[in-house]
Write a protein that binds this ligand. Structure first.
Ligand SMILES: Cc1ncc(COP(=O)(O)O)c(C=O)c1O
Length: 397
């Protein structure tokens, strides 16, 4: 327990947060995890069908169906299923034309996969700051930063300080809350960078009525076991461009050219296709998604009400004009309460409420410590004050 005078003054806040969480979740018998999968539909039937028919690998009817269902649910013209969200992001960057030596604008407040996918190409993440309402990329601050360090020459954005081309901007919908896509899309167009949405966390979230993943030229989803919908491991590329969708599928299937038996490949491709058995799980999960989203919203509403009267902390609400899937519920401590974050994590986890801080910021990780960046002051302040709370859909029943 942190025993500084500042922390001691904050003990009432600790009790109030624990009380609010207990009010919403009751007293659990065992540790509640942050987000657990739920298989209440036809998952067993569809997976059994794969085993019965032998269609377990990278070809099969469930992969095609999963892609159709995803496109229909998200409103994207095309969905290409991949082995995970990281491979989907890697493909998105390749499709955006990112090359070795380029820079890609990436939020420092994200999961490490967003930055890693940039590195897989030999490109460099250029870290950008977040804004405190959505926790997404701060368009106004980024605009100011680009005015200082970049210029558009012959339709390409050049970093005057490093000489590198800034090829793309990856935005991320943190915890499922859509970031300010209109402003970020306008910025990307002005600065001639390709907008990519890392929508790994935001299946079921929409921005002014459009599902996330529809504004960026290409977008990535994840179906990791901790996401709203899981395929065990899996992901997808969303795009409204038929040519890019064809290319995503080609690159994800070892760039093999169509032939009944010959193994011919016309470029270096990847083994990134989602197996049929995983897609079968995904098809059943998508059938359950509307009901799961509803329960997640009930849970978020309960948290919001419970924290309304708690001074010193705010429950992170969906930004105006958006609908969040509330993938992970989060509270943000007021400035000055940073010393209490770890005590709170200790107390919450100790009482059976699996809780986590936000990811360590990307620019602090050893492999990204020397990457170009703008001032990351807001992200740093958020890092010290955000706590995720148990968020499984079943808790909203
Ligand atoms: C923001 C973000 N990007 C990318 C990923 C990577 O997805 P995956 O774990 O499916 O590779 C995740 C989650 O895992 C994520 O939260």
């Amino acid at each position: 327990m942190n025993n500084t005078p500042a922390a001691r003054r904050q003990e009432p806040l600790l009790d109030a947060v624990l009380g609010a969480v207990r009010h919403v979740l009751g007293q659990p018998d065992a540790l509640l995890s942050l987000h657990e999968p739920e298989f209440a539909g036809r998952e067993w039937d569809y997976v059994r069908d794969c085993l019965d028919t032998g269609w377990v690998s990278s070809v099969g009817a469930y992969v095609d169906r999963f892609e159709r269902d995803l496109a229909q649910f998200t409103g994207a013209a095309h969905a290409v299923a991949t082995s995970n969200g990281t491979s989907a992001l890697h493909l998105c960057l390749l499709l955006a034309g990112v090359k070795a030596g380029d820079e890609v604008l990436v939020p420092t407040l994200t999961f490490v996969a967003t930055a890693n996918a940039v590195s897989y190409i030999g490109a460099h993440p250029h870290f950008v700051d977040s804004e405190p309402d959505s926790l997404g990329v701060d368009a106004a601050c980024l605009e100011e930063h680009l005015r200082e360090i970049a210029q558009v020459v012959d339709g390409v954005c050049l970093n005057r300080q490093t000489g590198a081309v800034i090829r793309a901007l990856v935005v991320m919908h943190v915890f499922g809350h859509p970031c300010d896509l209109d402003a970020l899309d306008a910025l990307a167009r002005r600065w001639r960078v390709v907008l990519i949405e890392d929508a790994a966390e935001s299946l079921g979230s929409s921005y002014h009525g459009r599902h996330t993943g529809n504004v960026g030229r290409v977008s990535a989803l994840s179906f990791n076991g901790n996401k709203v919908v899981t395929t065990g491991g899996g992901g997808a590329v969303l795009t409204n461009d038929a040519g890019l969708a064809r290319r995503a599928k080609h690159l994800s299937t070892t760039a093999r050219t169509a032939h009944r038996w010959n193994f011919l490949h016309d470029e270096v491709g990847y083994n990134y296709r989602l197996p049929n058995i995983n897609a079968a799980l995904g098809c059943a999960q998508l059938e359950q998604l509307p009901a799961m989203l509803q329960r997640k919203r009930v849970l978020a509403t309960r948290y919001a009400a419970a924290f309304e009267g708690v001074a010193g902390v705010r429950f992170l609400l969906e930004p105006a004009g958006t609908t969040s899937n509330y993938w992970l519920n989060a509270i943000v401590l007021d400035e000055g309460s940073e010393p209490l974050r770890d005590d709170l994590l200790e107390a919450l986890n100790g009482a059976g409420y699996g809780s986590r801080p936000v990811w360590a910021l990307m620019h602090r990780l050893p492999m990204y410590a020397t990457c170009p960046r703008m001032s990351l002051a807001t992200a740093a302040r958020l890092e010290a004050r955000v706590i995720n709370l148990p968020s499984s859909a079943r808790l909203g029943t």
